[in-house]
Design a binder for this molecule. Structure first.
Ligand SMILES: [Zn+2]
Length: 263
């Protein structure tokens, strides 16, 4: 195990001792690709939460509903494997939100652009993205298409002007494809340092209703329209390991260090 990983595991262990809470009633979980080899473990996750009485909700409902247990499931980036998994979502009764990057759309982008995108998200698995038709079919199957910016740059590290255009270009492209308003945004890389308060305001003033983070260990805080917290569900880990991550309250650590208390 690398030194970095050892330190991360030690921080997680301390949190399991001193900041371990019940599973929250509002659960925001996110995923990336969904390969066929992962269907069974993904299904275990979805069935587990359905059995625990969680309702699948959109980002809007996740913010607004204050009765009962709600589960907001989303996927980030742009993977053809989402489209292939539509029958699986159907069989699980799962309605989910897909936050799509528009630069690498298959049939529009060239091979270099697609490779550059997968390099930025450090994805080593199957490197095939969605076509426009597949995005339309995902929306037609009752799922929500959200925006994850055009190119998947770190929007906290580029000029505000460039970041705004990264957001709005992708919103326009997606709306053109699905012929519906796209009102949910998740920013690339998802940590606090990867976005700004001004950009959150910009999104809410320019047609978005919700903005999602991807900061693990913050699910014990109620979501708001401009600050929805999601934790990653790691399909290479067991159900119980993932549940432990959800129960860890890493808010204080994250606020102080900008880092995640769970890994
Ligand atoms: Zn991403």
């Amino acid at each position: 195990m690398s030194l970095k990983r050892s330190i991360q595991m030690a921080i997680r262990q301390v949190h399991k001792t001193v900041a371990y809470r019940d599973v929250p009633e509002k659960l925001g979980l996110y995923f990336h690709e969904l390969e066929e080899s992962q269907y069974s473990i993904f299904s275990d996750c979805i069935r587990y939460w359905a059995d625990q009485g969680y309702d699948f909700v959109s980002a809007d409902e996740f913010v607004e509903r204050d009765d009962g247990k709600t589960l907001f499931i989303s996927f980030d980036d742009n993977f053809k494997s989402w489209h292939a998994a539509l029958p699986l979502f159907e069989s699980l009764g799962a309605k989910v939100t897909f936050y799509v990057n528009t630069l690498p759309i298959r049939g529009k982008a060239d091979a270099d652009a697609i490779d550059g995108f997968f390099d930025r998200i450090r994805h080593a698995g199957e490197r095939v993205t969605l076509s426009e038709d597949e995005i339309r079919e995902i929306a037609a199957a009752g799922h929500t298409i959200g925006c994850h910016s055009h190119s998947h740059f770190d929007l906290g590290a580029i000029s505000e002007e460039k970041a705004k255009s990264e957001i709005m270009i992708s919103k326009e492209i997606l709306e053109d494809i699905i012929q519906q308003p796209v009102t949910d945004f998740s920013y690339p890389f998802g940590m606090r340092r990867n976005f700004t308060d001004d950009l959150r305001d910009f999104c809410l003033e320019n047609g978005f209703r919700t903005v999602c983070n991807a900061i693990p260990g913050r699910l014990h805080e109620a979501p708001t329209a401009r600050f929805i917290n999601r934790s990653p569900w790691d399909l290479s880990q067991t159900l119980s390991y993932n549940i432990e991550n959800i129960r860890i309250d890493g808010r204080m650590f994250e606020q102080m260090t900008g880092r995640s208390a769970v890994v």
